[in-house]
Design a protein around this ligand. Structure first.
Ligand SMILES: [Zn+2]
Length: 105
């Protein structure tokens, strides 16, 4: 599952505007991690809809930061991370958009 998701997003962080690239020369792709939207400790499952691909920095920010999820559906997840609104189109890395933090969702 993890590998498929990473492949699907071309080994790129799904967080809007992130251009992080950590080349893994052994594997020939960028290093990224699969993160749970709802933590496993809170009953989150490792299934599509609860997983996103993030660079290590965003993964940590996601896990440790002030996080509010407004909505999760099959297409997207929207929320606020450390006072910045974000919207991630699930598994469609090319059509995400950044929402200005002043924008109402
Ligand atoms: Zn990132």
């Amino acid at each position: 599952m993890d590998l498929l998701l990473k492949e699907y997003v071309d080994y790129k962080c799904q967080f809007p505007g992130c251009n992080s690239q950590i080349p893994d020369k052994k594997r020939g792709v960028n290093y990224v991690e699969v993160a749970h939207i709802k933590a496993v400790s809170e009953g989150g499952k490792s299934t599509i809809g609860n997983l996103i691909v993030l660079c290590p920095n965003h993964h940590k920010e996601f896990d440790l930061g002030e996080r509010n999820i407004f909505e999760i559906n099959s297409d997207q997840i929207s929320g606020k991370l450390n006072n910045k609104n974000f919207q991630i189109n699930l598994f469609n890395n090319y059509s995400y958009k950044i929402i200005d933090s002043s924008t109402e969702i």
